[in-house]
Structures are given as C-alpha cells and as structure tokens.
Design a binder for this molecule. Structure first.
Ligand SMILES: [Fe+2]
Length: 245
C-alpha cells in the first residue's frame, strides 16, 4: 500500500469517526445509539498482536532491510492496530446500532483481518533460499502442466503499479491447486488454504524498485521459503482429507 493509499484509508476511518462524533453532538454515535443496557455484560473483544519476522531482514536477497522492516512495522502493524480498534468498536454494537455504522465496522473487520492473515503468510514464506522442494514442484507441475511459475508471475505482474495479492491456494472446495489474483484485502477465495503469498501492493517494492515491479517479483522468488510452502501444503491435504470424512 502506498503512503497515499494508506493515508486515504486512514482518512476513511478518521472520517467515519468524525461523522459519528458530529452526529452525536461530540460523543460517539455508537455510544449514543448503541448504549448497552446496564444489565448487558460487556462483549469480549479480541486482541491481536504483531508477529515478529521469522528471518533476519538484513539477509534477504534483492529486498532491502529498510523496505522489509518498514513494510512489517508500518503496513502490517497498522492492520493489527486497526483491527484491535475495530474490535473495540464491535464490542459497542448492540441491537439499536444503525445499520450503516455496523456495515462500516464489519467492512473494516474483514479488511484488516485479511490484511493480517495475508501479510503473516507473506512474511513467513520469505527468508528461504528460493529452491523449490521436490514434493511441491511435483504437485505444481502436475496441476499446471509445467507452467505454474509463469502463470503466477504473469498474474502477479498484472497487479503492478496498483495494489493486491497473488496467492497460490489449495482450493478446499475443488481439491485443486490454483493461483488466485486479488486486487484488495477483501477479494479472496471463499474456502482455501493460502500456500504461497506475494504482496503486490506498491509498498512491497516501491522503496527498492520504484515502478519496476517485475524486478521485485524476481527478488521475491529468490527469497521464497519453499519448506514453509510445503508445510502449508501438507496441512491443506490433511484438512481436505478430514473434511471428506
Ligand atoms: Fe503489504
């Protein structure tokens, strides 16, 4: 996510809060319209924490420490912070809360939840040597007739200059390995296990490569931790088997 896009998102959140405050004459509309009866116990709200990077950020190849630390500490950490704030708002929702308020909070809940899930998968599938494991290579070769990497790179590159995610999924509905394109955090496969995640938001490469997103994709592939991908694949196969039973 570029600075401008992140600022725009902040603006949406801040703007929503301002509207709520103004509509309530200085106090939150959530609080005004949604004051819970005193007998209603407070609803629990989840608390999410930032996961540290599992690799030495100074040792990636072609992706600078400055970029990856900024990405982790700013973009990803902001999603965690914002989901916690969204959870706190959700805890105030009751049966009298206006639908447009509920809708806005639920939109942010999904957006920040997916941002956290995908960023954590992204960082955790980096820090490797880029050498695909024989098991995953065989599975991808069979599923994509030998053109998996070309298809993944091509679809990922189509997101260049914008925002989104490129994800190799195990589709639990069809039982197939598939590459899925997503141009925002909320456009995601309904029932699947993400195996390899590539962040295509500009914040993932702009600091090192400017608009040259193809060079970032090359660098991404040299740092993939395929052992992590294989672990996810094994878990997906076990899950698929359990779901059949
Ligand atoms: Fe990101």
């Amino acid at each position: 996510m570029s600075m401008s896009r992140r600022d725009a998102l902040k603006g949406i959140v801040t703007g929503s809060a301002a509207i709520l405050a103004a509509a309530a004459g200085g106090s939150s509309l959530l609080a005004q319209a949604g004051d819970a009866p005193k007998t209603e116990p407070p609803r629990p709200s989840a608390k999410y924490e930032v996961k540290p990077l599992r690799f030495d950020p100074a040792k990636l190849s072609g992706i600078s420490e400055k970029l990856i630390v900024s990405h982790h500490d700013n973009n990803y950490a902001a999603a965690v912070k914002n989901l916690n704030a969204t959870e706190a708002q959700l805890a105030q929702v009751n049966k009298d809360t206006p639908g447009f308020v509920v809708g806005g909070i639920k939109m942010h809940e999904l957006m920040y939840s997916n941002s956290i899930i995908l960023h954590e998968h992204y960082f955790d599938n980096l820090g490797g040597n880029g050498k695909i494991t024989p098991k995953v290579e065989k599975a991808l070769s069979e599923a994509f007739a030998g053109s998996w990497e070309q298809q993944f790179r091509q679809a990922g590159a189509s997101l260049g200059g914008g925002s989104g995610w490129m994800i190799l999924y195990y589709n639990l509905h069809s039982g197939q390995l598939r590459n899925y394109w997503s141009n925002n955090h909320t456009l995601a496969l309904g029932f699947g296990v993400p195996l390899l995640v590539m962040d295509m938001y500009e914040h993932a490469y702009q600091m090192d490569y400017g608009a040259a997103h193809a060079k970032y994709i090359d660098a991404f592939f040299t740092n993939v931790n395929w052992e992590e991908v294989e672990k996810r694949y094994d878990k997906a196969l076990a899950l698929a088997k359990a779901l059949k039973g």
